[in-house]
Design a protein around this ligand. Structure first.
Ligand SMILES: NC(=O)c1ccc[n+]([C@@H]2O[C@H](COP(=O)([O-])OP(=O)(O)OC[C@H]3O[C@@H](n4cnc5c(N)ncnc54)[C@H](O)[C@@H]3O)[C@@H](O)[C@H]2O)c1
Length: 313
């Protein structure tokens, strides 16, 4: 297998550290640019990767890319929190738009660049109810986060059009798995409550659905995306809908618990249902999602505690 230089921005984070784990046994040289704002050094093997601690918006990051001359770039570093994007819109745009543009511009100077992989999100579809959402569905973001990711996507399409930059935009459904920091996604917040014997909070009736995809399936998709053609947009999902009530039910079964939720009012702006068609990426690669919600939750909880009672595979 030929040896390449691969740069992963945000490589110390939740998804990035799983991408590194997926590449560790290859012969490739691995580089990370990360400012450690949410990521941790401990998440990656520092004897195997070269870590540059800096901000994606900086001249330092731009110059570092010129110095190492990667052939593949997986751009994950971002402001990822929807609520933060609502409250700090300039910050969100600065990191997700200007930071992405800085990395893209640095890559435009690389003669041997083979692929630029960009982590995007189902949030670009906003409240579009035309399920399952395909890559051709209308994008109508309902948050600054969804908007800033969409602008990042559009810059890549523009650079491809103007300068033939090879790229793959991956729009992720709801990603879950063990996180090394307090996060407010539904599965992490259920675990936080269940692990302290408290009642998890469900907004609304809990019958709203999401397309949950396990983090290792996302990492393997990012690695496959290094080689995907044609350049363009690909949904990454399970193409399955699971209710929030079913997520809690499955977690309770796995933990041999019967903790009842506390239902509170629906949150303004929350979408009711979500499902992303994944057949475009499946058709163009060898990738398929390996984990169902049951097996993925089993792995997530097993990584958190030795109290997982049922092997629900
Ligand atoms: N987790 C999800 O559910 C989900 C869903 C859709 C898309 N995504 C996208 O996937 C990517 C990775 O997300 P994640 O869940 O691993 O998040 P994360 O917060 O765990 O990882 C982001 C990494 O980027 C680093 N970072 C943040 N801002 C930076 C900056 N300005 N300069 C340099 N490094 C910076 C952080 O330290 C962290 O290591 C993001 O682009 C996110 O938008 C995530």
């Amino acid at each position: 297998m030929p040896k390449h230089k691969i740069l992963i921005t945000g490589g110390c984070g939740f998804i990035g550290s799983r991408v590194i784990a997926g590449l560790i046994d290859t012969t490739h040289d691995l580089y990370i640019v990360d400012n450690l704002s949410t990521g941790r050094k401990e998440n990656v093997p520092l004897d195997r990767v070269t870590l540059k601690v800096c901000d994606i918006r900086s001249v330092e990051a731009y110059d570092y890319i010129q110095e190492i001359q990667p052939e593949y770039v997986i751009h994950l570093a971002a402001q990822i929190d929807v609520q933060t994007s609502m409250e700090e819109q300039h910050y969100d745009a600065d990191v997700n738009i200007m930071g992405t543009l800085n990395i893209v511009q640095a890559c435009m100077q690389l003669p041997a660049l083979q692929q630029f992989v960009f982590a995007s999100t189902a949030a670009v579809y906003g409240n579009n109810t035309d399920l399952p959402l395909t890559e051709k569905s209308n994008t109508i973001p309902t948050s600054p986060y969804g908007q800033s990711k969409l602008v990042g996507e559009q810059y890549l399409a523009l650079m491809h059009h103007l300068y033939q930059l090879p790229y793959a935009v991956l729009r992720f459904a709801n990603v879950y798995g063990k996180k090394s920091y307090a996060a407010n996604d539904v599965i992490t917040s259920f675990w936080t409550k269940l692990s302290s014997g408290e009642s998890p909070v469900i907004f609304g009736d809990g019958k709203q659905t999401r397309d949950f995809i396990y983090v290792e399936d996302i990492a393997s998709a990012l690695i496959e995306a290094m080689y995907v053609t044609p350049s363009g947009i690909y949904n990454i999902s399970t193409n399955e809908q699971t209710t929030i009530n079913d997520v809690l039910r499955t977690m309770n079964v796995l933990l041999a618990n019967q903790v009842l939720p506390t239902h509170v009012s629906e949150r303004a702006g929350d979408i009711r249902d979500s499902r992303l068609a994944n057949d475009k990426f499946v058709h163009h690669t060898n990738w398929i999602p390996k984990q169902t919600i049951q097996t993925g939750l089993y792995k997530t909880l097993q990584n958190q505690t030795n109290k997982v009672k049922v092997e629900n595979k």
